[in-house]
Design a protein around this ligand. Structure first.
Ligand code: PLP
Length: 451
């Protein structure tokens, strides 16, 4: 209790639920562990994952999905946001299914003994080997993305003496209001079959005719970091109309509808994400109305959140290495704060212009804030972690910066650019920390060298 009263809870939209900043010392703690303890044990940079927060967010999606769409509705966590054997085990235990989009993501799931019949396989260019393995282990769905793939899945299933349940990935022609690289369901994209052009109907007819395919339903994913329910509702309208059209013209009822992920999260205090219950309620209302209007029965519903589960549950801890003031053209000064990671552990600012916030995590500072830029250690001008932020003017080498909401598409998109070692992921819970992905070593890099 005394501990509680001395600590400020941080904005729960951006920070993990257990993150606190000590009022007297200014030190950050997550999962009951101080930043200094974590750094002493695991070094920097490091991803700190709040286990209870990750699991609570996953269960919130599971429960809300059941509440609005019934007990047979399913949540498929999108592995691409972040995956590991440990998180797959948590999801398996917590009744959340898994979406994978490569053989590598499938391998992690299988290493965690994730039940294959709760895995769905995505991807616009699945290899023969990937499809073969998916069918062999018995995944729930393969989401087909092209006519070539329909034939490929059909012939592999035939060769293995199986029938494979599939969904068709459809593009409903919607421009989600998000960055171009993460919008996925307008017409001019590499994903799926366009409804408007007739490609989707051709795919449905093709799939129905293939002996070793069981066409169970349709899928779409309209984009990521979505802050507005309008795109989801329009997608539902178009998908239901498509299902009705297939029923009318081919007497086949597609009984499964997966409307993907994309639920936006807060990265800074300015972001105002949608309340998940409210969005699902609105989507449910739209679904009921559309099913009635098109005279079809309500399909089984699935969703695929990734970012909204992993994103806010993780924080990156960096150590400050150098600090320098740069005089700008207008005579003002900007402080460049260099940390010991950067674009190799978080490509999102360079790739999408993504914004983040930061906290001085090892001590309190009463110094006035000054215009700052947090940059990485890579040989790239674009290696920026936070482009514009006001940080205390007394930050010095050895200080620790914590960047919240780095759980999604941070570690999973990490690279070895400049031969930097990828950081570990440390799960914390109730005062206990455990490594779920270890830090890379120089020997890991050199192990690939055959020259
Ligand atoms: C098919 C599919 N499903 C789910 C997701 C997860 O999206 P998010 O992490 O924004 O929820 C993605 C992300 O790209 C996707 O492509």
């Amino acid at each position: 209790m005394a501990e509680e009263s001395r600590s400020n809870r941080l904005n729960g939209l951006i920070w993990p639920a257990t993150a606190k900043s000590d009022e007297e010392t200014g030190e950050l703690s997550i999962g009951g562990l101080k930043a200094s303890e974590l750094i002493k044990e695991y070094g920097t940079p490091a991803f700190i994952l709040d286990e209870s927060d990750f699991r609570a967010r996953a269960k919130t999606f599971r429960d809300a999905t059941h509440k609005f769409f019934g007990e047979d509705a399913e949540v498929y966590y999108a592995s691409k946001a972040f995956t590991s054997v440990a998180t797959c085990k948590w999801l398996a235990a917590d009744g959340v299914n898994l979406d994978v989009c490569t053989g590598g993501e499938l391998a992690v799931a299988l290493a965690a003994n994730f039940p294959p019949n709760r895995i769905e396989v995505h991807g616009n260019n699945k290899s023969v080997a990937e499809i073969e393995e998916a069918i062999q282990v018995g995944v729930r769905f393969i989401v087909a993305d092209s006519l070539i793939e329909l034939d490929r899945i059909n012939s592999i299933a035939g060769r293995l003496g199986k029938k494979q349940a599939i969904l068709l990935r459809l593009t409903p022609g919607i421009s989600a209001h998000t960055h171009e690289s993460i919008a996925t369901a307008h017409e001019d994209v590499k994903f799926g079959f366009s409804i408007a052009s007739g490609a989707a109907m051709l795919a449905a007819v093709t799939a129905i005719k293939r002996e070793h395919l069981i066409l169970e339903g349709v899928h779409c994913h309209i984009g990521s970091q979505i802050f507005d329910d309008a795109g989801f509702i329009l997608a539902i309208e178009r998908l239901i109309r498509f299902i009705a059209e297939v029923k009318k013209t081919h007497s086949v009822e597609l009984h499964h509808l997966d409307f993907g992920g994309g639920f936006g999260i807060a990265y800074t205090d300015l972001d105002d994400p949608m309340d998940i219950h409210l969005v699902l309620q609105k989507i449910h209302e739209a679904l009921v109305a559309q099913c009635e209007k098109n005279e079809i029965s309500m399909p089984t519903i699935a969703i695929e959140p990734g970012r909204a589960i992993a994103g806010p549950a993780m924080v990156t801890l960096y150590e400050v290495g150098t600090v320098k003031d740069v005089v700008l053209e207008d005579g003002k000064t900007r402080t460049y704060i260099s940390v010991d990671g950067g674009m190799s552990d978080n490509i999102r600012p360079s790739l999408y212009g993504a914004e983040y916030s930061a906290l001085l995590a090892n001590r309190i500072s009463t110094a006035p804030p000054t215009p700052s830029r947090v940059v990485g250690k890579h040989c790239e001008t674009g290696d920026i972690v936070i482009r514009d932020i006001a940080l205390p003017s007394d930050i010095v080498p050895g200080d620790v910066l914590a960047i919240p909401a780095t759980g999604a598409y941070g570690r999973s998109m990490a690279s070895n650019y400049n031969h930097i070692l990828r950081p570990p992921v440390i799960a914390v819970s109730d005062g206990v920390a455990k490594t779920i992905i270890r830090r890379e070593k120089i020997s890991d890099l050199l192990a690939l060298e055959e020259g």
